[in-house]
Design a binder for this molecule. Structure first.
Ligand code: PLP
Length: 413
């Protein structure tokens, strides 16, 4: 077939060197990019299954758990969410969603497709849902599963989860937490929270690219999934017992089958995304070698510095200070300023990306992240200095030169 495509096929990939200071994705750690370029292996090669077992071990402390079933779902963070929900919830099950932003709404969207009966307990964007309101909602609707977000990047709020899992267990419900935006940056304590399934992603505080979703599953939830286990034709084995419960509606996201693949049975399901597994493994090695506490402290310092710098510019920070995520900060676009023009100037003049917002906050706030490989002092300071210059170029009058010293002081605090 004739083609008028350039024989060089658009040239080699050579993206500009942008500093990604939005709500994610962020720049991946160079060690992660190097790991991704390592040679591929066959999926049952002992070296490969050894790496899979190492990934299971590496992610347990990151999730704050001893759960055996700690592994990866291949796909972006949303794949982890969808796998968790479609495997935990059968059509007609009552599910309570703790909703305080766009990603709580995503849970309801996915659950609608599953055919769940959805109840919600909501907070306005910029706030979180108090535990006693969650308790009341559980008592009212007797859910089989309660699902929430840990840090919702759409609002920059982090839902407190101490006592959350216990509350669900006492009511006989399983619990699910989306920790995509906090894993590796804010403390996760799956076991202490008593939650059953937690999922994450790599492209935020883990300092990797998107495309792999770490997941941890409690024994209790694993038993529940086992009751729904249905093994596809062509790979059934006499020694593996099928469950009697309703079949999980997705094949790709069937966690019972994914668990069989990650178990010693190595029952084939998908072909594990080898380069993403290398990435996930290297992200976790970097996180653990820095030390979890040190890493959380670094993210907290970055968040403090960003917030202090923005305030020193005379800008108003969005949301409840008491529940702010450390790794992404929402800030109001000042009246009379064209928010998109400022974002474009940040990109065109300084090669820095900051984020827009969704839903009711669109056009109202920018979301500025400092996470993973980018939660560094100099990157926060550069972003603040650039924002100050761009706001001035847009005609906004602000105290000049105050942001960087304020941020430096807050970093040290
Ligand atoms: C809290 C939260 N959950 C889920 C997602 C979806 O992640 P992904 O785009 O990797 O599917 C995001 C992405 O921004 C997020 O912030």
């Amino acid at each position: 077939m004739p083609t008028d495509l350039d024989p060089l096929l658009f040239g080699e990939i050579d993206p500009p060197q942008r500093l990604l200071m939005g709500p994610g994705p962020i720049n991946a750690h160079p060690r992660v990019l190097r790991a991704m370029s390592a040679d591929l292996l066959g999926q049952f090669d002992p070296e490969m299954t050894g790496y899979m077992n190492q990934v299971m071990a590496l992610y347990r402390p990151i999730f704050g758990t001893r759960n055996q079933w700690t592994m990866l779902v291949d796909g972006t963070a949303r794949a982890g969410i969808e796998a968790a929900l479609v495997s935990m919830v059968a059509p007609g099950d009552v599910v309570l969603v703790v909703n305080f932003g766009r990603f709580g709404l995503l849970l309801t969207e996915i659950l609608t497709r599953i055919g769940a009966v959805i109840e919600t307990v909501d907070a306005p964007w910029g706030e979180v849902v108090p535990l006693d309101r969650i308790a009341e909602a559980i008592a009212r609707c007797h859910p089989k599963v309660v699902a929430t977000i840990h840090g919702d990047t759409s609002t920059t709020m982090a839902q407190p989860l101490d006592g959350f899992g216990e509350l669900c267990r006492q009511a006989g419900a399983l619990s699910y937490v989306d920790a995509t935006a906090t894993i590796g940056g804010m403390p996760l304590a799956a076991d202490r929270w008593g939650v059953d399934v937690v999922t994450g992603g790599l492209q935020k505080c883990m300092g990797g690219p998107s495309g792999s979703a770490p997941i941890t599953i409690s024994d209790r939830a694993a038993e529940h999934l086992g009751r729904r286990r249905h093994i596809e034709q062509g790979i059934r084995r006499d020694d593996i017992v099928e469950g009697q419960g309703p079949r999980i509606q997705s094949n790709y996201f069937d966690l019972a089958m994914v668990m069989d693949y990650w178990s010693d049975k190595r029952l084939n399901h998908h072909t594990e995304a080898t380069s993403m597994l290398y990435a996930a493994r290297e992200c976790a090695r970097i996180v653990l070698s820095e030390g979890l506490e040190a890493r959380y402290a670094r993210h907290a310092a970055a968040g403090r510095a960003m917030t202090a710098g923005l305030r020193a510019m005379g800008l108003k920070v969005f949301g409840d200070d008491a529940y702010r995520m450390t790794n992404v900060t929402g800030v109001f676009i000042p009246a009379g300023v064209d928010g998109e023009a400022v974002r474009m100037a940040m990109r065109d003049q300084f090669e820095i990306e900051i984020g827009t917002a969704f839903g009711p906050l669109q056009g109202q706030i920018w979301r500025i992240g400092a996470m993973g490989y980018n939660a560094m002092k100099h990157k926060v300071l550069l972003t603040l200095a650039a924002l100050e210059a761009c706001l001035r170029m847009e005609g906004f009058r602000l105290p000049l030169g105050d942001a960087v010293p304020a941020a430096l002081e807050a970093w040290r605090a």
